[in-house]
Design a protein around this ligand. Structure first.
Ligand code: UDP
Length: 331
């Protein structure tokens, strides 16, 4: 049987495909390459260039391959953009999920692992955040992912599809070989932006706010390595194949690092001084987001391998140093 990975050319999707292939799985990828990269696709995977909102291509993929489960990454994921263009997020993410689920039901595929986010929680009521804490997204991106989770919940009850939703905290790092990595355009994420300074691509990094109620005044985030996220998807797949019921899991390291701590760690890893400037707060940024991943550890048997931020940054540095222009030199 094969696994269909929707969005397998994206950052977390491509790392998961590498992990699945390493474990001997047969992987089929569908990606519209709007934000994904051809160079991120594992050559051992079968690739369909197409959009999950196109029911015809999904039906074609399901009829041409023996697929027993779907891992779904295909979505837009920029918080700021989602505030400006909410309908883009409801169309691509929510409507995309509807078409995917319809096609799964029509083709008798009954397992799905879903790429969700800590943004479903919004401003946390307590730290660390647990799966049963209140979900009150503060931006359309988080809202779209929460709606997608709820769609799966109802379809699971009505049509017998079992799902696992994985709510990631801050995905970071790259495969240790440096073959694939993070490449967003525009880049908005902290670690790649910090590393652009020692790469000579940017003069300084702007710290978004120094007046948060945290020890050094900058935001705390829970950085989790992309390979650990990939492992969790593979374990979630195993869980569903073994008959596990629909479930939601947080994925993080359980420890918060401030923006200033991340910059200091990057200085250590790169051996270079990184110039900073203090800017204003970014709209919608909670002071801290830290996960409790106890549930994933207990039920999925997941243990993050990269629990050290310097090690995480080091893998990102290997990728960015070797590919300063991202995939443009790999295409
Ligand atoms: N951040 C920052 N400067 C930047 C980009 C990000 O200070 O140029 C901060 C941001 O405010 C947040 C943290 O770094 O507190 C992580 O941001 P990122 O966009 O990487 O992930 P998010 O937490 O939004 O998912």
């Amino acid at each position: 049987m094969s696994i269909l990975v929707c969005g397998g050319a994206g950052y977390i999707g491509s790392h998961t495909c590498y992990g699945l292939i390493e474990q001997g799985e047969d992987v089929v990828i569908v990606d519209n390459l709007m934000t994904g990269h051809r160079g991120a696709i594992n050559p051992a995977a079968k690739f369909y260039e197409g959009d999950i909102r196109d029911a015809q291509i999904l039906d074609k993929i399901f009829s041409e391959n023996k697929i027993d489960a779907v891992i779904h990454f295909a979505a837009n994921s920029l918080v700021g953009e989602s505030v400006e263009k909410p309908l883009k997020y409801f169309n691509n993410n929510v409507y995309g999920m509807q078409i995917l689920l319809e096609s799964m039901v029509g083709n008798n595929v009954n397992k799905i692992v879903f790429s969700s986010t800590a943004a479903t929680y919004g401003e946390p009521e307590k730290i660390p955040i647990e799966e049963n804490d209140k979900t009150f997204p503060t931006n359309p991106y988080g809202e779209s992912k929460l709606i997608m989770e709820r769609m799966m919940k109802w379809v699971s009850r009505a049509n017998g599809i079992n799902f696992v939703s994985l709510r990631y905290f801050n995905a970071a790092g790259a495969i240790e070989s440096g073959e694939i990595g993070e490449d967003h355009s525009p880049e908005t994420h902290l670690i790649p932006l910090i590393l652009q300074v020692p790469l000579g691509k940017r003069d300084h990094i702007t710290i978004f706010g120094e007046d948060y109620p945290t020890p050094d005044g900058t935001c705390l985030r829970d950085y989790i390595h992309v390979i650990d996220l990939a492992d969790a998807h593979i374990l979630a797949l195993k869980y569903l194949r073994e008959g596990g019921e629909s479930n939601i899991f947080n994925l993080g390291n359980g420890k918060g690092f401030s923006v200033k701590e991340m910059i200091a760690a990057a200085e250590k890893v790169t051996g270079q001084k990184i110039k900073t400037e203090i800017g204003t707060r970014r709209a919608g940024d909670p002071a801290q987001l830290v996960a409790s991943s106890e549930k994933a550890c207990k039920i999925l048997g997941w243990t993050p391998r990269f629990d050290n931020v310097e090690k995480i940054i080091e893998t990102a540095w290997t990728w960015h140093k070797n590919h300063p222009d991202g995939y443009s030199d790999k295409k």
